[in-house]
Write a protein that binds this ligand. Structure first.
Ligand code: RTP
Length: 155
C-alpha cells in the first residue's frame, strides 16, 4: 500500500570476484531477499576490461583504479538488479561502508570482509547510478518485470 505512493527505485548489486570465489553468493542474495526487495535480474558473468572501466569511469584518475579493474576482471561476478522503495540507500546500509574494517557488524562487508580492495560486493550509490548501472550490465531481455503474489506490503 505504502509502496504504491512512493517511488520504486532500482539498484545494481554485484558480488565481486572474491565473493564468488569464497562461496558467498547465496549468503548475499539471501540478505536482500529477506529484507523484502524484488529481484528483477540475475546472472553470472566474466566481466571484460572495457565494461569494468565503463562501470568505474568516475574513479578513472584514482591511484587504485588499475588494481580495481584487475580485481573486478579477475574472475566471474554475479550481477543483480533489485527493485523497491528506498532500495538504493537501504542496499548501501545492508552492504556497509567501503572499508570493511569500518563497516558495522551485521552489514555484509562488516560481517564478511576485511580489505577495502576485496570488499565482496558493489551497490549503486544513487537512484540515477542504479538506472545507469542496471542498463550497463543487463540487456533488456535479461530483466524480468514480475508481480509477487504475496507480501505486497513489503514491496
Ligand atoms: P562500490 O562502488 O564497489 O559499491 O564501492 P563504494 O561505493 O563503497 O566505493 P568507491 O569509492 O566507489 O570505490 C569503488 C571500489 O573501489 C575499491 N577501492 N579500493 N584501495 C583503495 O583505496 C580503494 N578504494 C576503493 C573498492 O573495491 C570499492 O568498493
Amino acid at each position: 500500500l505504502v509502496a504504491s505512493l512512493e517511488r520504486v527505485d532500482q539498484t545494481y548489486i554485484m558480488v565481486k570476484p572474491d565473493g564468488v570465489q569464497r562461496g558467498l553468493v547465496g549468503e548475499i542474495i539471501s540478505r536482500f531477499e529477506k529484507k523484502g526487495f524484488k529481484l528483477t535480474g540475475l546472472k553470472l558473468t566474466q566481466c571484460s576490461k572495457d565494461l569494468a572501466e565503463e562501470h568505474y569511469k568516475d574513479l578513472k584518475g584514482k591511484s587504485f583504479f588499475p588494481g580495481l579493474i584487475e580485481y573486478i576482471t579477475s574472475g566471474p561476478v554475479v550481477c543483480m538488479a533489485w527493485e523497491g522503495v528506498g532500495v538504493v540507500a537501504s542496499a548501501r546500509k545492508l552492504i556497509g561502508v567501503t572499508n570493511p574494517l569500518e563497516a558495522e557488524p551485521g552489514s555484509i562487508r562488516g560481517d564478511l570482509a576485511i580489505q577495502k580492495g576485496r570488499n565482496v560486493i558493489h551497490g549503486s550509490d544513487s537512484p540515477e547510478s542504479g538506472k545507469r548501472e542496471v542498463a550497463l550490465w543487463f540487456k533488456e531481455g535479461e530483466l524480468v518485470d514480475w508481480e509477487p503474489a504475496l507480501a505486497s506490503w513489503l514491496i
